[in-house]
Write a new protein. Structure first.
Length: 258
């Protein structure tokens, strides 16, 4: 580093190994756990639940893992993807492997990073509460293992199952007390018809404050329609995603590193 100031990446993303949920979830929930499926056409589908899957089975999902600041990263145009495009597992190696991520961080002169999911951003689309809680617990377990490679540089931002406030509070406590996370993140869209400012969520905010745990709001491109309800419904449609997801996400996550 050329200065004494620390450079902190407040919005780093991991890449989930295809077998993450099969490997880390409690056995009783393995049958309905998220997983990567491979089609006869050569495409990939990330199955989240009976109600939602990511991908059309014709294209691969590798583009989500190949975006990188590296000079050698391929120039992939999303609209040109097909079965011959990079597979998910061909994404940036540091997304899967923390030791390789540390090499990337050293190259970019990044001292510390706060880490969010990629495929895990879709876990909120599971409606079954016990299954959702198990999915999140499995992801957080894996993330803690990933960060254990360099706990002074890699900081996991835990994910919570807001399908139920009670289970979210339970997972919050697990993230902080057991896994040692300093922050958790939430999706900006309503849960069960309740926006994040709904009084039902007040116990969660109180618990996070009691635990001295920072909260980040992380948007997702494909959630534009859902983001457009609740706290964002008063904005013009063309402004809902940038203002409610991107702008607030950056400012909120910047507070984590302060």
């Amino acid at each position: 580093m050329t200065t004494d100031a620390m450079l902190i990446d407040c919005d780093g993303h991991i890449l989930e190994p295809p077998s993450l949920w099969q490997d880390y979830i409690d056995p009783g929930f393995r049958e309905k756990a998220p997983r990567m499926l491979y089609t006869e056409q050569g495409g990939e589908v990330f199955w989240v639940s009976d109600d939602f899957s990511l991908g059309d089975g014709v294209k691969t999902l590798g583009a989500g893992g190949t975006f990188s600041a590296s000079d050698t990263a391929p120039d992939i145009k999303l609209m040109e993807l097909d079965a011959s495009s990079p597979k998910w597992v061909e994404g940036v190696a540091g997304g899967f492997d923390p030791t390789k991520r540390l090499v990337d961080m050293d190259r970019d002169e990044i001292d510390q990073t706060f880490l969010y999911p990629t495929l895990g951003l879709f876990l909120d689309l599971v409606s079954d509460v016990p299954q959702a809680a198990a999915n999140y617990r499995a992801y957080n377990r894996w993330l803690a293992d990933y960060c254990s490679a360099a706990p002074d540089r890699l900081f996991g931002v835990g994910a919570l199952p807001l399908q139920s406030v009670e289970t979210a509070i339970e997972e919050l406590r697990h993230c902080v007390k057991t896994l040692g996370f300093k922050a958790i993140f939430l999706r900006p869209n309503p849960y069960n018809g309740r926006p994040l400012h709904h009084p039902d969520f007040h116990p969660l905010w109180a618990e996070a404050q009691e635990l001295d745990c920072a909260i980040a709001i992380h948007g997702r491109e494909t959630s534009a329609q859902r983001v457009g309800s609740g706290p964002c419904q008063s904005l013009p449609p063309r402004l809902r995603l940038p203002n409610c997801a991107r702008k607030s996400t950056r400012s909120t996550k910047a507070c984590i590193a302060c």
